[in-house]
Design a protein around this ligand. Structure first.
Ligand SMILES: [Cu+2]
Ligand SMILES: [Zn+2]
Length: 187
């Protein structure tokens, strides 16, 4: 399993603590998860409703770890985001709503008016259609009271798209249709 981070050609990713400059705002996307205190897992389903993997969310002091483990996907670079509703109804997963966006920003790490709390770095699905990656975000949380709280009344979902996120086109990075979805709801 590899750590997965956001890095654009124009930015130098600093791995420890991972402070990045995008425009005027410093974007902090930490890459290490330590001292995990809470964890929730959900099945990742495809457009046919079949389980193709899992998404594991872990909470710790640094942020929330998002680990995606899946197979049987089309190889290539794919966008992945946290969407606002914990409802993954195939085949289009429109039920998951828009990106989680409690601060009313626009989409994308490279958008001057960005970014959504639910925005995440692209993932790479390998030639065999497999992926096993983890990243960490401070903008989402398993803790009630955090603006990006994931297990609120309508829950949230982690959605994979057919293409890459361009990190700037509002509202979803021009990433194409939704190909897989994992729902998270309060137990
Ligand atoms: Cu999305
Ligand atoms: Zn977004």
């Amino acid at each position: 399993m590899k750590k997965w981070i956001y890095a654009s050609a124009a930015t130098v990713a600093v791995l420890a603590g991972c402070g990045m400059q995008t425009g005027e705002e410093e974007v902090k996307i930490p890459v290490m998860s330590e001292g995990v205190t809470t964890a929730v897992e959900s099945d990742l389903i495809n457009t046919e409703g079949e389980t193709v993997g899992t998404v594991l969310l872990t909470g710790d002091k640094q942020g929330t770890g998002i680990r995606i483990t899946a197979e049987g996907l089309e190889p290539g670079t794919k966008a992945i985001h946290v969407h606002e509703k914990g409802d993954c109804t195939p085949p289009d997963f429109k039920s998951a709503g828009a990106h989680l966006n409690p601060e009313h920003k626009q989409h994308g790490f490279e958008n001057p008016k960005g970014f959504h709390a639910g925005d995440l770095p692209n993932i790479e699905v390998d030639e065999e259609g497999k992926v096993d990656l983890e990243t960490v975000s401070q903008y989402i949380s398993l803790k009630e009271g955090h603006p990006g709280y994931l297990l609120d009344e309508d829950g949230s979902a982690v959605v994979v798209h057919e293409g890459p996120d361009d990190y700037k086109t509002d509202p979803a990075g021009n990433s194409g249709s939704r190909i897989a979805c994992a729902a998270f709801n309060k137990k």
